[in-house]
Write a protein that binds this ligand. Sequence first.
Ligand code: FAD
Length: 569
Amino acid sequence: MSDQAELEPVHSSLSHPARRILIVGGVAGGASCAARLRRLDESVEIVVFDRGPYVAFANCGLPYFVGDVIADERTLLVSSPEMFQARFNVEVHIHSDVIGIDTAARTLSVRDIQTGDTRTERYDALVLSPGAAPIRPPLPGIDLPGVFAVRNIPDSRRIRSWIADRRARTAVIVGGGFIGLEMVENLVHRGLSVTVLEKLPQVMPPLDPEVTVPLMEHLIAKGVGLHLGDGLARIDGAADGRLMVVAESGASLPADLVILAIGVRPETELAKAAGLQIGSRGGIVVDAQMRTSDPHIWAVGDVVEVPDVMTGQITVLPLAGPANRQGRVAAESIAGRPTHFRGIQATAVVGVLGLTVASTGASEKGLRRAGVTGFEKVYLHPGHHAGYYPGARPIHLKLLFSVPDGRILGAQAIGLEGVEKRIDVIATAIQFRGTVHDLAEAELCYAPQFGAAKDPVHLAGMLAENVLNGDMPVADWLELDRTGALVVDVREPDEFAGGHIPNAINLPLSQMRERYAELPMDRDIWTCCGVGQRAYFATRFLAQHGYRSRNLSGGYATYQAISTVGRTR
Ligand SMILES: Cc1cc2nc3c(=O)[nH]c(=O)nc-3n(C[C@H](O)[C@H](O)[C@H](O)COP(=O)(O)OP(=O)(O)OC[C@H]3O[C@@H](n4cnc5c(N)ncnc54)[C@H](O)[C@@H]3O)c2cc1C
């Protein structure tokens, strides 16, 4: 790939003929690129092509339009061709499918979808932001009426009409990721009975399995069917117009409509045909200025591969934030400004029937997949605000950090309140290459209804510090079945009687000072309590009395979660 300095400048003075910047795709990446470029350079001609009927619409709002939370479709239209023209002097052609790129002649072939006419458009610089298409596996019945994917406003409109016209009562959603769960929320909101069919034994595949347990329990409690660990085999049409989703196991799930939400595939057909370099993850290869292997072509958004700053690996991340940032970077690069995209860390959030699920940075399974070693983790379940103020709700939080330097590697959290705020704080700390010490020391706003003087963010940092400085050695949950350690549950007897780790003995923290001598000095002691705090106190006490003591981080709450998904690595 060429360096920026090797290129002729794309911008020109007002006295020269305008340079033509063409953009394919006028939504997240393409629209932000066009608007930014105009702010940087009044002299260039900017033309956007989109094959759809709209430009700059809110695709993130589509599930809520299906759910009738957003009732008026026009609300989803963030902008229009007329507004782009009037406000930015950007020409937008909708219903315009770009069907070919001639890189030698620097031209595009554009087909007008309404008239069928094809024309040629010249460019000096080209930006590709065609996004990613929902995956439709070539399985029997995948194209039956009533089987939908959600990508644009017409898709959502079709789903709304289908629900209304057929008086749909049941839906199967194939795929339990972000879009699948947003569709769960919205179809439940519309009164449908919903079942999720998911190939993995968990929902929200980007998260570590044990973290998703409160989410799965929540879904079940809200009446959502979870059919996990089973893939889609085919969809049959029934005589009564209903559908039957058949899983690989042979299980049959009846439905009035089916939503496919099993991921997206970068739309690279144009790029491939033009000979642009495509990477191992199936996206267009770009440099830090978002320039492709052709020095006159940039690419942004769901279609590109990007470096994951946490693992160093190349990945694809179909999220709106990165697409918008990349659009700006491409515009700056085209305008000749120094700029670079620094990579992604996968910060994301989803709301599911009142529960918030958010994450940033690497997951434990992601780190292991990338071969990263030398990290530790803590689990905690603090209230989202001070316990004495009414209405505190637990946040289930997992923090991953490197050892011994304490650099934050990732965090995942689930709860009813205050989840995204904590993940955003940790995400920002990661961007500044922060450590767990920074979290422990963070100065955050506090009043009882919003947080605590020791906020969940502080507690996560402090727990991790305790692990790093040896004050709270943690036991590995995944070793529980193999260890010869004595598990000591330090909760009160009534709590212990309500459920405990098999083979654990009960020695309440309140009796520890009188009775600790009952514990053997020649065995490792793993302490456990409800959520980890009393076990930490016990660990400290025992360590200072000569015991080899470790804390089972997150306590019995974490044990139950891990047991639900299986203690395998
Ligand atoms: C239902 C749904 C919900 C989502 N929710 C969230 C969310 O809550 N948070 C989040 O961060 N992200 C969310 N996303 C993802 C986010 O919308 C995308 O990551 C983002 O829009 C990608 O931007 P893009 O510019 O790469 O592609 P897009 O925004 O998809 O735009 C691509 C455009 O290019 C057009 N196009 C493609 N090929 C051609 C061609 N050959 N000629 C002309 N036009 C072409 C397409 O018609 C499309 O309009 C959601 C996505 C969906 C579908």
